[in-house]
Unconditional design. Structure first.
Length: 432
């Protein structure tokens, strides 16, 4: 397979061209002939015009690439090495939603041929590739694993907004359904990944490795969030504590905050779902999730308490929330926890104004039914900086004071501003 792809006798197909699939497809298209497939015709048209719908890549990323962008599943029949990179979200009950993965497996099953490969990159629980996805492929194609076709799993490690750790510069885990497939998949990815390849022992090991990467980070941040709640009650600055503790060589310096996005706030539920299916009720993982999911409510309650202490009527108050995306310097609003903060404030009858330097106002209205302002107004009772976009980091006390009334409150959820500067300007400053 590697040799035939390298000589362009065969093609690679990437199924799902979101923030994971598109960069991967363009990277492959430097060395191989690629078919980029997505079910969204509007997004495909943007890519044909050298525009990344996720706003992660500029037009130069599309130049001199051997790639066909298509929303026509029939085009996939010309491919021989299929890579699935579709989203794996959870539903409102925190249960894994495998519909995109099942849909992609159906698409592959209708296109795959004898001798072909299929590799999954979507984050799943251990066993999903072999137990949930490949049976669909086999039922539709009539092919048998390791006899007629090969399979593998290679978890995505894309970090949205990170211009340094791009897809080619992140070490890649690969796995195969047998030794031969693992070797071929490693060689194919090795053509584009400069950071190196790690061959996991099995597909399940590779799936488990991915899901615990984010589960570990989620738990570490949940500890910091719980400490922030405790230290706030003690009147201690959490970040000052972390800086002091961080002087020890083996202390892990992580900071409290809102935990959203496609990975950290979602992946632990895939692992706990599978564990419960096997009769084990996870304690530590779900405890961490409860802490992190509760942080928007904690922040909203603290602001309301501060406003009441200053004699403000919450029902007549006006608060500006700066930043709505799930992380800094990206346009992606999916699974942002800022929406939970806004809704918590609204539960207290607070009038919330929302701005963001990157988010598309139309997307915010469509996804969350929340209006966004082009620019802040004035006379706010408080300002919450929820996302540390680079445009917000450089703001000073004079700017914030100009936005607020006579009893200003600034809540800095990312801890990016100088407390002494804010307090010297007469602003009540609070950070996680």
């Amino acid at each position: 397979m590697y040799n035939e792809l390298k000589s362009k006798q065969k093609k690679i197909a990437i199924i799902g061209l979101g923030y994971v699939g598109l960069p991967l497809a363009l990277e492959f298209a430097k060395k191989f002939s690629v078919i980029g497939y997505d079910i969204n015709e509007e997004r495909i048209e943007m890519m044909r015009n050298n525009v990344d719908p996720s706003e992660e890549l500029d037009t130069s990323a599309f130049a001199n690439k051997d790639i066909l962008f298509t929303a026509n599943a029939d085009d996939l029949k010309h491919a021989h090495f299929f890579v699935v990179a579709v989203p794996t979200p959870v539903d409102e009950h925190k249960v894994p939603n495998l519909k995109p993965l099942i849909g992609a497996s159906t698409t592959v099953g209708n296109a795959i041929k004898k001798g072909d490969y299929v590799v999954y990159e979507s984050t799943v629980y251990p066993g999903a590739t072999e137990d949930d996805c490949l049976p669909i492929v086999e039922k539709l194609s009539g092919l048998k694993l390791n006899v007629d076709y090969k399979a593998g799993y290679s978890p995505e490690r894309i970090n949205p907004g990170d211009k340094e750790h791009t897809v080619d510069k992140i070490l890649k885990i690969v796995s195969g359904s047998d030794d031969e497939s693992a070797e071929e998949i490693a060689k194919i990815y090795g053509e584009i990944i400069t950071a190196g390849i790690f061959k996991a022992a099995t597909i399940k090991v590779a799936e488990a490795a991915k899901v615990i990467e984010n589960t570990q980070r989620d738990l570490n941040i949940s500890l910091m969030n719980e400490l922030a709640i405790i230290f706030d009650k003690m009147g201690i600055d959490t970040r000052a504590v972390i800086e002091a503790a961080g002087t020890k060589w083996n202390f892990i310096k992580l900071y409290p905050g809102l935990v959203g996005g496609h990975c950290i706030g979602v992946d632990p539920y895939y692992l706990t779902y599978k564990a419960k299916k096997l009769g084990y009720d996870p304690q530590v993982i779900l405890s961490g999730r409860r802490i992190n999911d509760g942080m928007p409510g904690f922040v909203a309650k603290r602001l309301v308490q501060k406003m009441i202490q200053k004699g403000k009527n919450t029902q007549k108050s006006k608060v500006l929330v700066m930043g709505f995306t799930f992380k800094e310097n990206v346009a992606d609003i999916r699974n942002t926890k800022v929406v939970d903060l806004v809704k918590e404030l609204m539960e207290y009858s607070v009038n919330v104004h929302l701005v963001d330097a990157y988010a598309d106002p139309n997307d915010v209205v469509h996804e969350y039914k929340l209006p966004m302002m082009d620019n802040p107004s004035d006379n706010y009772d408080a300002v919450i900086v929820a996302v540390n976009h680079k445009e917000y980091v450089k703001l000073n006390a004079e700017y914030f004071k100009s936005l607020m009334n006579g009893a200003p409150i600034l809540m800095d959820l990312k801890g990016v501003y100088n407390q002494k500067e804010m307090e010297a300007a007469g602003i009540e400053y609070w950070r996680l």
